[in-house]
Design a protein around this ligand. Structure first.
Ligand SMILES: Cc1ncc(C[n+]2csc(CCOP(=O)(O)OP(=O)(O)O)c2C)c(N)n1
Length: 621
């Protein structure tokens, strides 16, 4: 396989192919994408859905002069293969390898870095305006999914984009899915557009329709092929996108490459912003992904023949959190759960089944989720918003302005805290502690072991006021020494190791397991350390500061950013107490952490047992 692909070094080579060969190219791309994701894991369904779309874009437009911006960017594998990276794709998502998302450092054809959703139209508006100011030429094309169109940023951008005079194209890739089935009024509206009998039955030709479009220098004539697709504009003039200042075309069949090419060619000449509504199937061409696009949205390695995961995850923090929340919700009818399009990843599937009237999927709308939660709380409900650390970044002002200032009781269950592995720098969960640390009326709990979740959840729900945060990593708990007494997260901090030691090693969350392993290693070199695990990192218990005052060496190991860290704050509190200990902090400083497995990331950052013991050994007084 890959006969054509092997010879494609840039989009110029795509343009040389005839229509028949373009179809073969699509087949090759699908084959390669399936094989690649089966081996490396990655975003399968979304990539299979945009193969024809991507080929058509590179056939018609002229990247990198024309800029193609992929929203989220998880669907850019075919684009990468067509832009000189086919042979390097084996390294996708691996340490030092090709990114699973667009990355301008990797190729001039990746117009902009993406990873979080709903940014593409804003980016495109910026590029388009810059082109005007700097008198540069070229089309700007934003590719956005129907799921990402549930994010507020997309509407702010549409609001600005409607006035752009030309060369501005939004392609709405409508596969009816976010990660799960798409939700909300816009999803319903799109289904109405798709279900319109004109789309389904029309026999008109594109030529007939395009004859009416005002273009530079007259009307488009002589389009050569016939298709059932007709431009909806002429059948139903009133539609949301038209009202926002766009010329709307579609829906068109996103797997018919000839159609796509003709429509893209035609809209090039429209002197208004254009929105092309493309109907695609998530997982197209791989039966298991077509049947179950959600499982193959972000898939671990799998067996191609059976579609089964090679390594499935057992009990993990996310599903334990979900179970625990259900138990509390059984007893307390005020409790509701909120997700921003991540119900499976955050462990809320059972909650949805058991308490559908108290479950809210708000779409990819993290900012709204927090303010919505504050609104619920203001009237006596007890909302829990489960969200990945990285996506919580979207809600910063809402946490301060809408929840914390009013001291409303909302719970943030912050999943994927810490390094997250293969998705890389756009998805790392390394900032939440720093940005939450600055906000008054916020309490933060950090379980490192499964048996701590319940107590900490209870504290979040009933024993704190204001914004209560419980943050935990992806996956399993780490090493737990047999003689470690955790108090199941009841205390604000707990300890392990040699009480008479003058060396304290302070940490929280999963890194405590690495510190305990380092304790074992150091013991072999006759170095005894006292390990402290903080369970409540904000506010810090005064008793912890008193305890730490008695040590000669204090090491803080923190899987998060240095600035705004717990270590930085504890250091400050110790200075106020005239503590004379030598204090050293290991945290992430002034860098974005690249992709790699979690273990590779932890090692690279110096957070695994080997690095921690070395760090301590080399620096003790
Ligand atoms: C701000 C933000 N929240 C959540 C996510 C996680 N996420 C990645 S892809 C995706 C679904 C996107 O749906 P859509 O735009 O329709 O693209 P599709 O995968 O269906 O092609 C979600 C929720 C994200 N990337 N960014």
């Amino acid at each position: 396989m890959g006969k054509l692909l092997k010879n494609i070094n840039s989009p110029k080579d795509v343009k040389k192919l005839g229509f028949k060969k373009l179809k073969t190219l699509c087949t090759e791309l699908r084959y390669e994408i399936i094989n690649l994701v089966a081996k490396n894991g990655g975003h399968l369904s979304s990539n299979l859905g945009v193969v024809e779309l991507t080929v058509a874009l590179h056939y018609v437009f002229n990247s990198p002069i024309d800029k193609i911006i992929f929203d989220v960017g998880h669907q850019s594998y075919a684009h990468k293969m067509l832009t000189g990276r086919f042979k390097k794709m084996v390294s996708i998502r691996k340490s030092g390898g090709i990114s699973g998302f667009p990355n301008p450092d990797e190729s001039k054809h990746d117009a902009f870095i993406t990873g979080h959703s709903s940014t593409s139209i804003s980016i495109a508006v910026g590029i388009s305006r810059a082109n005007d100011i700097l008198q540069k030429h070229g089309y700007v094309i934003a590719l956005i999914g129907d799921g990402s169109l549930s994010g507020g940023l997309a509407y702010e951008a549409l609001n600005n984009a409607g006035l752009i005079p030309k060369n501005f194209i939004v392609i709405l890739n409508d596969n009816k899915m976010s990660i799960c089935k798409n939700v909300g009024s816009m999803a319903k509206y799109l289904s109405k557009l798709r279900a319109n009998p004109v789309y389904v039955k029309a026999k008109s030709t594109i030529k007939q329709a395009f004859d009416h479009i005002p273009v530079a220098g007259g009307k488009i004539k002589n389009l050569t092929y016939k298709t059932k697709t007709i431009l909806r504009k002429f059948i139903n003039k009133s539609n949301f996108f038209e009202d926002m200042g766009f010329s709307y075309y579609g829906p068109i069949d996103g797997h018919n490459i000839n159609n796509l090419i003709d429509v893209f060619n035609a809209v090039k000449s429209v002197n208004r912003p254009v929105l092309v509504h493309v109907d695609t199937k998530k997982g197209k061409g791989y039966c298991f992904a077509e049947k179950n696009p959600e499982i193959f949205h972000g898939a671990p390695k799998f067996d191609i023949k059976t579609g089964c995961e090679i390594k499935s995850e057992n009990t993990n923090f996310s599903n334990l959190f979900g179970r625990c929340l259900c138990n509390f919700a059984n007893k307390d009818k005020r409790i509701c759960a909120i997700t921003a399009s991540m119900k499976t990843g955050t462990g809320l599937l059972n909650f949805e089944k058991k308490f559908p009237e108290r479950f809210f999927d708000v779409g990819i709308a993290e900012s709204h989720a927090v303010t919505f939660a504050a609104g619920l709380a203001s009237c006596g409900a007890l909302p829990v918003f489960a969200v990945y650390s990285s996506f919580l970044q979207r809600s910063y002002d809402q946490i301060i302005h809408d929840a914390a200032i009013g001291n409303y009781k909302i719970v943030l269950a912050v999943d994927r805290a810490g390094v997250i592995g293969e998705d890389g720098k756009t998805h790392q969960g390394l900032f939440d502690v720093s940005f939450l640390n600055a906000i008054p009326n916020v309490t933060i709990f950090t379980p490192g072991f499964f048996d701590e979740i319940e107590n900490m959840m209870e504290k979040c729900l009933y024993k704190t006021s204001g914004v209560a945060v419980i943050r935990y990593p992806r996956g399993q708990e780490g090493f737990k020494p047999k003689d470690f007494i955790s108090n199941k997260g009841e205390t604000t901090f707990c300890c392990f190791g040699d009480k008479s030691s003058k060396i304290a090693v302070v940490t929280y969350g999963r890194i405590f397991s690495e510190v305990c392993l380092a304790h074992k290693k150091l013991k072999k070199s006759a170095i005894n350390i006292f390990c402290i695990k903080i369970n409540q990192i904000k506010p810090i218990d005064k008793k912890l500061v008193e305890l730490l005052k008695g040590f000669d060496n204090i090491f803080f190991i923190e899987e998060g950013m240095l600035r705004g860290s717990v270590a930085e704050h504890l250091n400050y509190l110790l200075t106020l107490k005239n503590c004379r200990a030598k204090i050293l902090i290991k945290a992430v400083n002034e860098k974005f952490v690249e992709q790699g497995s979690v273990n590779e990331n932890l090692k690279l950052l110096g957070f695994n047992a080997d690095s921690i013991s070395k760090f301590i050994k080399e620096r003790i007084l």
